[in-house]
Design a protein around this ligand. Sequence first.
Ligand code: ATP
Ligand code: MG
Length: 253
Amino acid sequence: MNNLPKSHPRYLSLLQREKIVKGFRKGMVVPQGLIAQGRAEAFDYILGEKTIRPAKKAIEAAASLFLLAKYPVISVNGNTAALAGKQVIKLARASEAKIEVNLFYRTKERKEKIEKFLISLGAKKFLVKKMPQVIIPGLKSERRKVSKEGIFKADVVFVPLEDGDRTEHLIKMGKKVVAVDLNPFSRTSQKASITIVDNIVRAIPLLIDTIQKIKNKNRNKLKTILKNYNNKKTLKEAIAIVRKRLIRMSSLN
Ligand code: ATP
Ligand code: MG
């Protein structure tokens, strides 16, 4: 749709759909990615398509973790590239992180397409493409194949739109995992070290702003922010908001 009217009440949501469909047509997004976006839309609708307070808390903790990290890596899949490619690069710049394309439905061709797309947006400096490839122990999916200079080496991995399996295995390897997932019930959300229950198109810009805001704080302050953050509690707060919204919208008076 070329003439998406800005005044349309669902403009922002439709814009995301258009980006995903465009990514699909270019061969960056798989058909399964369209389904994932649909599920995200459903949760976003329930949450009011706004960044909820628990997500803001998670973003502050994630920003602190990024700033304290020795070797942060951003894992990018087709949906993330299509929806937030530019923002991912800004995040890499703000946090001195690497970017690695890592796919559940992996083909060499699709990986290269996404890498080329990211390079066209200015990612060259941050992108880890290099072999040797190594395997995440125990993981069965294609996502087990990671770069030795990227996810394998990372102490902090940022995984927007992750699958639960890999989150679990990255944690088992001793890494801290920051997830962005609108579904607070998913295994990814439940297993990550920090879960941002928000749409990536809102969460990543907020994360960049927060990093810029707190980057001059001393390390002990950042450590305190992290120490005071409790992911289980924050997730419960997000679920309580889902419940509250459903109760309010189903109330008969
Ligand atoms: P898990 O493996 O963690 O239990 P899943 O298998 O149910 O999760 P996947 O298909 O692996 O889910 O991943 C897609 C997830 O990403 C969904 O939970 C969906 O809500 C979320 N998601 C998709 N698009 C977005 C988006 N734009 N912003 C935030 N979250 C999104
Ligand atoms: Mg999954």
